[in-house]
Design a protein around this ligand. Sequence first.
Ligand SMILES: [Cu+2]
Length: 152
Amino acid sequence: MKNPLYLLVFCALIISSCTGQSDRTDESALITGEGIHIEGTWARPATEGRMSATYFLITNFEDEPDTLIGVQSDVAQLVEIHESYQMEGDMMGMREVPQLEIPAQSTVRLQQGGLHVMLIQLTRTLSDGDTFELTLNFANSEDITIEIPARL
Ligand SMILES: [Cu+2]
């Protein structure tokens, strides 16, 4: 895990392994309201010590932009906001995004092959049906803690 190249290749493998799968984030769960709402959460099952990623929609109902400035969970040693990008050729890579702006009256989608929260070195195995908590920190809004199901 200390070798950045290993991490990059592993990330690329995770992304390429799901190419062609449909996006499973459920947008129909969106509701109108105020503040920040998180919907359609799910994470990929994985065994302890390995990596996983989690996906959801962040909607900002306010008239001002907000910024996701941190993510925390005890389910992994390291929890990072990542984005996927095209490397040379057909390879996809991913890299950390220090923070993520959520424009006013907008939804930002975290999804396979795009933005995601990377769970590096899981502290326990996530099987289909297991859940864990993730806390999101925003620049202008209160912290939000969500329960995320792992599912295939
Ligand atoms: Cu990643």
